[in-house]
Design a protein around this ligand. Structure first.
Ligand SMILES: O=C(O)CCC(=O)C(=O)O
Length: 258
């Protein structure tokens, strides 16, 4: 069967993939609470495990170059117009790490208009390790439940397909495309970088997104007292609330412009 047209096989190869792996190891080693935008852990059966670093490219030149280079080109081609990056993150999904409930990125990203995300596999993403599942053909916002994820009865009726990726492959996720993933039931880590872009004409910037994200997450936490790693409750795991978080500037090694 031909791969779906939104999949780019071997986008990163050889040295480029080795570099992304080594950058990811470097970033994973940042101390808890040292990154202003969030460097999060979750509870697993074998103890706390790193699950996400937000806004990686703000502090990492290698990833900043990748996001603003080949990933931007891929997103622009998918949208058929110039794009501007506004977000990126690494999801680590360690063995036993949780998955993500069905959601649409346009709902999760406050004030966003046109969204195209590019997910790059740093490790193999298989059904066992919790690859992405996508549903095509959705062009509007779907009904959500009180957690902001697609309502269960609506999600059940969608035509889901798994997107298994080898390390270095990438998949484009349109802002309306519902997606979810399962927990990592394998013994290997399943790390991905996801960079998100909007149409340049909309002038939706990284600064705007991260300020809106912070405000949305702050007011949600004030309401329910729960620490969270996302604006909506798409993450199916249990987040670990860090003892302290750098609030003005990052304190981890290798800090670039913040
Ligand atoms: O990493 C995954 O499996 C899913 C990612 C995702 O949907 C998200 O981070 O919003």
């Amino acid at each position: 069967m031909a791969p779906p047209s939104n999949v780019h096989r071997c986008l990163l190869q050889f040295d480029a993939l080795d570099a992304a792996r080594s950058w990811t190891n470097e970033i994973a080693g940042w101390p808890a609470g040292s990154h202003v935008w969030g460097h999060y852990a979750e509870v697993t059966d074998s103890g706390p495990a790193i699950c996400r670093t937000e806004n990686v490219s703000a502090c990492h030149g290698g990833y900043a170059g990748l996001v603003n280079g080949v990933l931007r080109d891929v997103a622009a081609e998918a949208l058929g117009q110039p794009v501007t990056d506004f977000k990126d993150k690494i999801n680590y999904k360690q063995p036993g790490g949780a998955g993500f409930r069905p959601h649409q990125d346009v709902v999760a990203y406050p004030d966003a208009g046109t969204v195209m995300s590019v997910l790059v596999a740093i490790d193999d993403c298989t059904r066992e390790s919790g690859c992405l599942w996508l549903a095509d053909g959705v062009t509007q916002v779907l009904a959500t439940d009180d957690r902001g994820v697609v309502r269960e009865d609506v999600a059940t009726d969608l035509g889901w397909y798994p997107v298994e990726l080898a390390a270095g492959d990438a998949v484009c996720i349109d802002g309306f495309a519902p997606h979810y993933s399962d927990a990592n039931a394998s013994a290997a880590q399943r790390r991905v970088l996801i960079a998100s872009f909007s149409a340049s004409s909309e002038q939706y910037t990284r600064k705007h997104y991260y300020a809106a994200r912070r405000a949305a997450m702050g007011s949600a936490t004030k309401r329910d007292g729960r620490f969270r790693i996302s604006t909506i409750a798409d993450f199916a795991g249990t987040e670990v609330s860090p003892d302290e978080t750098a609030s003005e500037s990052c304190t981890h090694p290798g800090v670039g412009p913040t």
